[in-house]
Design a binder for this molecule. Sequence first.
Ligand code: TRP
Length: 318
Amino acid sequence: MTVLTGDRPTGPLHIGHYFGSLANRLALQDTHEVFVLLADYQVITDRDLPGEIQRNITDVLLDYLAIGLDPAKVTIFQHSALPELNQLLLPFLSLVTVAELGRNPTVKDEIAHSSQAAVSGLMFTYPVHQAADILFCKGTLVPVGKDQLPHIEVTRTIARRFNERYAPVFPVPEAMLSRTPLLGGLDGGKMSKSRGNSIALKASEDETAALIRRAVTDADRRITFEPETRPGVATLLTIAGLCSGREPRELAEEIGDGGAAALKRLTTEAVNEFFRPIRKRRAELTEQDARAVLAEGNERARAVAIRTLEEVRQAMGF
Ligand code: TRP
């Protein structure tokens, strides 16, 4: 079994990423071959410019290493270093229809939330590029959030059609959903790097306290776990629960009539305690360490991409 997953390097990772997908990868690295992609070309799907791409790549790399991804076990690499991966996009595009691309619900949602004046061709085709991400290494297991399921479906379709039309080159991969539900943001919305409502893994203890102090709750002093009617309170209880390994309901009962202040104090302590060793390790790593890990990962991944592209050419008769 080969695991492939990735992140868009648009900024440092936050605690939602940790419980949603990073923790999964940590567990898998001991039992599976794991590839982790810094999807740098995917950054320009919903914005015109890659922005501070080098800074962001380094930040994500440092996050990966700090949480304990082990470069001896995991291959960390980036799109822009693998021409052969990117070349798979061409035959893969021939295997899907324009109508299929237009029906992708995640793409539709991103278009609705994009700040771009017009929709680019990449916005419609990046799920096919993502199929190349997964298939270049013959990935069989793809740990992702629910929003990525349409892209995994595209990948499965492409793998099947390629195998039928040419030769059986690709496995048909499966998505692996995290058991942790998507973490809410501190403002009651979805936790997101771009919405300023998340706690970065690398945030200091004071920054964490300040972010949680500003979190949206309500005026009811009695703390209860009711995600539907009290989403702000429920988000803090969920975060505190994940960080302390306890049930949100149990924590709510313990706080009782302590109100939002007690809830925020408890959540801050839980987050800071859980992430203290990770943050300490992150502070000890240098940017050169991170760059070296990426250079080596790129080299390993590229060798795999060269082999797969050669198989694809052969199968297609080029
Ligand atoms: N689209 C993913 C995201 O926005 C990132 C990604 C790129 C990815 N390529 C991938 C995830 C391949 C899984 C597999 O988070």
